[in-house]
Design a protein around this ligand. Sequence first.
Ligand code: CA
Length: 291
Amino acid sequence: MKCEPVLNHFSLLGEGPVWDRNMERIIWVDILRGNINQFHPASGTFQCFNVGQMIGAVTLRKGGGLVAALQHGFAFIDIEKEWIGFISDPEQHLPNNRFNDGKCDPEGRFWAGTMSVKGEEKAGSLYALEPDHSISLKVSGIGCSNGLAWSPDHAVLYYIDTPTKQVAAYDYDQSSGLIMNKRIVIEIKEENVFPDGMAIDEEGMLWVALWNGWRVERWNPYTGKLLQQISLPVSRVTSCTFGGESLEDLYMTTAMQGLSPEESVLQPLAGALFVIRKCGHRGIPAVEFAG
Ligand code: CA
């Protein structure tokens, strides 16, 4: 399998790839620069929009446009009109926190979590922006809220709190959005390697991006078995998703944040968006925010 950079553009902290089936584009963020990037593979068109603050995650909104978890709360965004419509911030009282990874659940709620920018332990939380624009607190005491994925049968939420080095599973109730019965399904044992963003394929297997791990791993969350490793030429692999017309292209974001000058020389592609076309597995379409 050939893993190649999609284009000659490098993020400081590339994250949160999402495939837009309607527009046939891949969208991802550069958290630290506050950029939303989009690339249309068929035409080779690249566009970058700066939101003026850090941005943890962005996803599609039903009826068009985007919804984002910014440093200072949730917002709607229209890239073409360069418009940002603020919704609300559940952590106005926590100025040292910023939003990080996020994704929509099968019902179209936008889940996104936070982390401390000053390294405070367990200062983050996981929230869901409901279609009526109210915000529900889902989990508190989080170190660094990261990967989210729902099982193909919509019965389970998988969730990564990066410092724990674990993937947790919760029973998930689609109609209420409630989660319960937390258990650990995957543990990353390698020293100084951390699970970051995550995708799920149509077979219900998890694809976990490994910060400092130079790879993405495919895991079976039912048995806890490692199934496959995909190597990248950069150490800080941050997230992945399936894209392309048939959702068989694996897109992977990476970062150059924190690399030493020596490491940067050895990793000239750090921060690139990578793709493996026709990776042999098929993803699940991204759900749009329903509000
Ligand atoms: Ca992340």
